[in-house]
Design a protein around this ligand. Structure first.
Ligand SMILES: NC(=O)c1ccc[n+]([C@@H]2O[C@H](COP(=O)([O-])OP(=O)(O)OC[C@H]3O[C@@H](n4cnc5c(N)ncnc54)[C@H](O)[C@@H]3O)[C@@H](O)[C@H]2O)c1
Ligand SMILES: [Zn+2]
Length: 360
């Protein structure tokens, strides 16, 4: 079992990674003071596959609430329904909420935990690779509005994160690859040696080799934890985690969530690396290398259908990363050296988008 610490003063917590880690959930609960009620908020698909293994012998016996899988559930109406169910069951302040599922479960249940009775404790038990390497760490929770992603949210750190790699066995190849996009992103922004490691271990990673998987997840958690520990509330450094996301979020929104978040981030990285190449920052060879790695890991290299450059630029502006009228991008002068820029023009975006245009 690997353990990673997220250093946040009195909100410090640990992440446990490995096969069978779920057996540590009870321990995580027992270490908290005065837990009188447990609530599991689970993605329906995940509940069907793995709930029994999670809650057998769990004490106190949890109330289990489920929601329909998918990004559309990350919404205020779902929050309202879940809170109604908490009210009906008489869930009090000393309860602990367990988020069980992918990034949607973490963001949604985390937001419910942040706001129910002005905040109750919660534990993350991520079951997708994307949630394991990214979403479950760092305390960002929230839901979408029709106008854009994650527009309503709160910072709320979990008490602990338990990542049982056995839960990942049932993940579709597509969802698994989507998580790898965030792993490549972490390597690109912070750790060129880890980028090499991805290239050297592509076969083991794709085959979900148990050791490779635990190593990959633990390293991602370390990278994210180090960034979050320095900048919990995204005053500065934490923004580097948004590499690939300015374009990625715009695509996600415009394609009405037809592509996975991680798939959009992969496409976003391709476009944003193109923007970097155009300023003579990232070398062509490095951009090509990242492109080849993403493709070998099973990520898309082109859009599923054509989109207008104009609508992508407009969607970028709706994203939260707009400050005083300018769209922020995290571009790479070189691997491991991200920089925030706000001077990318619509024309720059339009020409960089050629890199992900669907073949006609
Ligand atoms: N809070 C953060 O810091 C942060 C960071 C990155 C992403 N996110 C958010 O995370 C979300 C994306 O997360 P995701 O990709 O995990 O999506 P998701 O939660 O929708 O899961 C993807 C699909 O996998 C299924 N699934 C989950 N676990 C499974 C398992 N073990 N076996 C089989 N199927 C399983 C789900 O039912 C779903 O259909 C987005 O909403 C994104 O905004 C948040
Ligand atoms: Zn992301």
């Amino acid at each position: 079992m690997r353990t990673v610490r997220v250093d946040l003063g009195d909100r410090t917590y640990q992440i446990h990674v490995g096969p069978g880690a779920r057996r540590g959930v009870q321990n995580g609960v027992d270490q908290l003071d005065d837990v009188r009620q447990l609530v599991v908020i689970a993605d329906k698909t995940v509940a069907g596959l793995h709930l029994k293994r999670l809650i057998t012998d769990l004490r106190p016996e949890p109330l289990v609430l489920t929601f329909q899988p998918g990004e559309k559930s990350k919404s205020l109406p779902t929050v309202e329904r879940l809170c109604d169910q908490l009210a009906e069951a008489g869930i009090e302040r000393n309860a602990v909420i367990i988020a069980f599922g992918g990034g949607v479960a973490g963001d949604l249940a985390g937001f419910v935990a942040a706001t129910w009775l002005r905040g109750v404790r919660f534990i993350q038990v991520p079951t997708t690779l994307l949630a394991a390497v990214d979403a479950s760490v760092g305390g960002k929770t929230g839901v979408n509005l029709a106008r854009g992603k994650n527009l309503v949210g709160a910072f709320h750190q979990p008490q602990t994160v338990i990542i049982d790699t056995e839960f990942l066995e049932t993940l579709s190849a597509r969802d698994y690859a989507a998580g790898l996009a965030e792993s490549v992103k972490h390597a690109v922004i912070r750790d060129s040696v880890f980028l090499d490691w991805h290239e050297e271990n592509v076969e083991r990673i794709v085959a979900r080799d148990a050791d490779a998987l635990s190593d990959l997840i633990a390293r991602n958690c370390e990278i994210k934890a180090a960034v979050v520990a320095q900048d919990e509330r995204e005053a500065g450094l934490r923004a580097i985690l948004n590499h690939g996301h300015t374009i990625g979020h715009a695509l996600e929104h415009l394609l009405s969530y037809e592509l996975r978040h991680g798939e959009c981030v992969a496409l976003g990285m391709l476009v944003e690396n193109e923007l970097a190449c155009a300023r003579n920052w990232l070398g062509r060879a490095e951009a090509e290398r990242i492109r080849a790695l993403l493709a070998r890991l099973g990520l898309p290299a082109t859009l599923p259908r054509p989109l207008q450059a104009e609508e992508i630029c407009t969607a970028c502006r709706v994203d939260k990363k707009v400050r005083v009228g300018a769209v922020n991008f995290i571009l790479m002068p070189e691997v491991g050296m991200p920089r925030r820029v706000a001077d990318v023009t619509d024309a720059d975006i339009a020409s960089a988008l050629a890199v992900i245009e669907p073949a006609s």
